[in-house]
Write a protein that binds this ligand. Sequence first.
Ligand SMILES: *[C@@H]1O[C@H](CO)[C@@H](O)[C@H](O)[C@H]1NC(C)=O
Ligand SMILES: *[C@@H]1O[C@H](CO)[C@@H](O)[C@H](O)[C@H]1NC(C)=O
Ligand SMILES: [Mn+2]
Length: 470
Amino acid sequence: MLFLTALSVLGYAQGLRVDRNDIAIGNVENLAPKPQTFLDSLYGELVSTPESHQFKQKLLNTGQVQQFQQSQDISIENVDIQEYIRHQDKYNQLAAEKKAAQSHESYLKYQSKLKLPEDDETDDLVEAKNMFGGIITFGGLDHFNCFSKEDSEAKREIDIAIVGAPFDTGVSYRPGARFGPEGIRLGARRIGGASPVRSNGNLDSKLTHINPYDKSNHNLTVIDCGDVPLTPFDNRIALNQLYRGERAIHRHKSSTKKAPKIITMGGDHTITLMTLKSAYEQYGPINVIHFDSHIDTWDPQVLGGGISNYMKLNHGTFLHYAAEQGYLNKTGCFHVGLRAPYIDDSYDSNHDKECGFQTINARQIDVLGIKGIVHQLLNQIGTEAPVYISVDIDVLDPAFAPATGTMEIGGWSSRELLSVLDGMEGINLVGADVVEVSPPFDSNSEITSLAATAVIDSFLGLMIVKELYY
Ligand SMILES: *[C@@H]1O[C@H](CO)[C@@H](O)[C@H](O)[C@H]1NC(C)=O
Ligand SMILES: *[C@@H]1O[C@H](CO)[C@@H](O)[C@H](O)[C@H]1NC(C)=O
Ligand SMILES: [Mn+2]
């Protein structure tokens, strides 16, 4: 047995022997363009040229690089059995290494067989999706101009529209949310496919079957409408532009014969007044679930003093106006994740109730848990009433969403928010937004944009699962 092993090592050692003629000193012609290294054989002409071999040889000759010689420190010309026994471990090791190298090499050679298309072929370039290139839509969804009155566009069906509202001239603190839609789309470059965790942790959830980005999964038309162009110079004009943009989308036909559902990417929170206005025209008073660390129902007299009409409407008062305009179904509106201080304690809290809101505050998650919160929301709202979810990204803790207008410490994790959202599987979600993402304040890992992207992914799941299963 030992003898046989020794023999095979000898045979193998023969193969390893360095042929001194291969590293002929100063004889460049002998080597160019051969011999081929493994790398040469993989990449062919790309790396293996007569010039490259000459250069390699020059380096060898001057001693700047050394020829790699695995067998150098073991003389293998005539290994006798005594020698083998003395160095048995070394030989065995060498044999194992050689075997591993050979099998890996042949595997790579097999893997690297490459057949390139004809030079004039471009079909693959037309069809291929690129995670980090191309004109960016949310999750690579199709785009067309949803606001156009041209028949070729106005008559196209939309079941679910994603649209940007680049607006940040209603903020009290940090601006920058005008870049929100762009940031959220950047966060969605890698998104796609069914997600095994879509759901609130319940593996039997129908949500786990949903892939919003593959039409064959649901047969619904999901479109990225781009952004409504909004002027930065006059909020009255900008908000009207947004209203007309949303209304134009709502007027598209859909395959379900219902009004298209719209997911709006803010923008500061002021924009929600216009998205609610357009949704209200379609559905009547709406149950709004408002994820935010702030109430946003502030009486304009309290927030800012209401000195001029123009300043009264801003990102902290828009829900006051939504209530005043009758857009809210006051029996089913919630603040969720609330934690910012009031400005005028008892006045704000009473006014908030008058606007129709019940509250589940940020820390109640530690008492109620995800399930308790979801239960409370579903119990009130049910699966029929039209629901609008507005997510101010500042509902998350600044650890998860630092890039926002008005950060408040002690918020939820992104997982908690996603689980509560997905937990509402079955609700009649007719519209939604995610607002207050301010990419200029984000970390360079785009953490806040990424969280907002996931929120929209969750909205898509909720909207689609309702059409398919409930
Ligand atoms: C989508 O439509 C095709 C063709 O009508 C049908 O075969 C398929 O079952 C549909 N898929 C879903 C999820 O409804
Ligand atoms: C208002 O919401 C409640 C549930 O909170 C629902 O029962 C009722 O039908 C809704 N009203 C309208 C007009 O949708
Ligand atoms: Mn807000």
